[in-house]
Design a protein around this ligand. Sequence first.
Ligand SMILES: [Ca+2]
Ligand SMILES: [Ca+2]
Length: 244
Amino acid sequence: MDIKVHPEDNSVLFVATRSGLYKVTDTGAVPAPVVPLGGGFLPFDIDIDSNPNNDNYPRAVAVDSSNPLIIYVSNGKSGVYKSTDGGSTFVAKNTGITQLTSPSAITSAMAMSPANSQKLLSYQITAANSPTSFNAAGLPAALAVSTATGLIAGTPATAGTSSVTISAANSSGTGSAGLSLSVYSACDLNRDWATNVVDVQLQVNQALGVTACTSDLNRDGVCNVIDVQRVVNVGLGGQCLRGP
Ligand SMILES: [Ca+2]
Ligand SMILES: [Ca+2]
């Protein structure tokens, strides 16, 4: 059942019920005048039985706020009907009407934490409205997306920033969002895209315990002179080595 108020006369109601579509005018009298709409056309084919899903009766009614002569009514089985004469006659209007549904909308964070080069990276795409598949375009080499789960993972070997478009789809469409993905060298401690004396000093500070140990390059459990030497080597033109 659905009830809509006439946009220009709030004493007039349009009422969709299981017995038909009616125009009800509240004149203060009892009972209020009730006029069945649709005339002899009656696309509503009311057929009440034990299965209401099979019945073809007015389920919802809508009235054009700028022209109240235009009324739409939806049926259970036969679709949408339109009246342009205030409800005297209706014609089928099942084309040109777009079903409004919601594609999956990306909900994962737009900005991504920088990942160290040669470090396993994973990033989970999340989205609303029950996505059934995921994708990511523009991923750097060595990173891949699981279209089933939305997990982006891999071990990037090259530093740089990529503009990635992540997306999630359901039966209603696809939602997408931009993702700026930066991969920094593990030896670029301050992430300014260069490894130089500043990074060496930061690594020394960690070896001295001045700052927390976050750059244990050789993964021996401590920040020490070995890690400092690796950063120095990169500053001299070598590769940033990570791992034992
Ligand atoms: Ca740096
Ligand atoms: Ca170390």
